[in-house]
Write a protein that binds this ligand. Structure first.
Ligand SMILES: [Zn+2]
Length: 79
């Protein structure tokens, strides 16, 4: 079963340009491979990487989270 995160699709909160264009080729070719690897992005609503959790941060600002460099993202892939 394939589940694509709508937030990374055009119109999503963290859209990747033309991400929708890879869906048909993936579905067409997937049966040719014995091993398929996938990733998952999933956050709780108050995730520290979200700009919305930092009053002074704007989306895509660079900052620091727990002592490490962090880009502050729009809310995305919320559980
Ligand atoms: Zn994420």
């Amino acid at each position: 079963m394939w589940i694509f995160k709508n937030d990374f699709m055009p119109g999503g909160t963290l859209a990747v340009p033309k991400a929708n264009e890879i869906l048909a080729p993936i579905h067409r070719e997937v049966d040719r491979f014995d091993l398929i690897a996938a990733t998952q992005d999933w956050h709780h609503a108050e995730h520290g990487s979200f700009a919305s959790q930092h009053p002074d941060a704007q989306v895509f600002d660079a900052g620091e989270l727990n002592g490490l460099p962090q880009i502050f993202w729009p809310d995305h892939c919320v559980q």
